[in-house]
Design a binder for this molecule. Structure first.
Ligand SMILES: C[S@@+](CC[C@H](N)C(=O)[O-])C[C@H]1O[C@@H](n2cnc3c(N)ncnc32)[C@H](O)[C@@H]1O
Length: 294
């Protein structure tokens, strides 16, 4: 099929033109997953999207690895309906809570490090026209999850990417130096309870798997879980396929539905392996999408 033929099926936004079969411009009465029209639904299902984070407030800058609120709005908008409840067990500075508020969803966030939990509390207190409930728990999520009484419609989270922040490698090293010079944190904490301080890869994966099995227990049946994560390059140049290992482990309990890539086109490139070895400039994250099906 040529591009010209294909254009018969697409409108000016690149969306399909098959409105005789499905009225994609309107809300479908049978849609019990989200509040989107068919057109909005289609847009989300593309398997990648470029997100350029908004500029951060001073208090958020101290956190070394935040995800963009726009990403939260897209995912929460697809996997929940208004007034639903969302969980983030690795909340950081509360991006999930802020994104949930702008989408009219309630949320609970759990964060181990007090100063990030405090930033999240401040952000959650900000005024909004959307009267939602946002709760912050400053705890180890392994303790907090087993005490949660409510069930959640959706879980969106991003755990530490193993001990990546503690290692000096290419892009991480240069980012560290820049942050150090600005007096900003280069790791989350020194706590032994911080998953980012577990050095053994298999032990880290075991802990992460146990946490997501606890999340399974507090998710409603047919609820979705999205984990934002990357594969990791170690100091000796080997790739640890963290995203794929986690997908494979969690796929034994959840149904692994898909991955969606968060692409970064605003990261400066470094010339790491030049002129003798291939070293990638990693500018994407995996958003792994799972479903609880009992
Ligand atoms: C990738 S960051 C999450 C960033 C967050 N999505 C945001 O936008 O700010 C991972 C977070 O997990 C937290 N963390 C590490 N171990 C934890 C634990 N055992 N329980 C709860 N939080 C933990 C870290 O302090 C860090 O803030």
């Amino acid at each position: 099929m040529t591009d010209e033929d294909l254009s018969d099926f697409l409108d000016s936004d690149g969306l399909p033109n098959n409105t005789e079969d499905v009225d994609i411009g309107n809300y479908h009465e049978g849609n019990d997953l989200n509040d989107l029209t068919g057109k909005e639904w289609i847009k989300f299902t593309k398997s990648w999207k470029i997100y350029r984070p908004r500029s951060r407030g001073q208090s958020e800058k101290d956190h070394p690895a935040k995800f963009p609120e726009e990403l939260v709005e897209d995912f929460v908008g697809f996997f929940t309906q208004e007034d639903d409840w969302v969980l983030d067990p690795f909340m950081g500075t509360g991006s999930t809570l802020v994104g949930c508020r702008s989408m009219g969803r309630n949320a609970v966030g759990i964060e181990l490090t007090e100063k990030y939990a405090d930033v999240a509390k401040d952000r959650a207190r900000q005024q909004s026209l959307n009267p939602v409930q946002l709760e912050v728990m400053n705890e180890d999520c392994r303790d907090a999850l087993s005490n949660l009484e409510r069930k959640f419609d959706y879980c969106l989270t991003s755990p530490p990417y193993w001990n990546m922040l503690k290692k000096s490698r290419g892009g991480v090293e240069s980012e560290h130096k820049k942050r150090e010079n600005e007096g900003l944190d280069t790791k989350y904490s020194d706590s032994k309870r911080d998953l980012g301080n577990i050095d053994d890869y298999e032990e880290f994966l075991d802990e992460l798997e146990k946490i997501f099995l606890d999340v399974y227990d507090v998710l409603k049946n047919e609820g979705y879980l999205t984990v934002v994560i990357q594969n990791i390059r170690t100091e000796d140049g080997e790739m640890k396929p963290l995203a794929w290992d986690l997908a494979s482990r969690l796929g034994e309990t959840y149904v692994l539905k898909q991955e969606k890539l968060w692409l970064q086109d605003d990261k400066p490139l470094g010339i790491w392996g030049y002129p003798s070895e291939y070293v990638s400039n990693v500018a994407h994250h995996y958003c792994l999408i799972f479903k609880k099906v009992e």
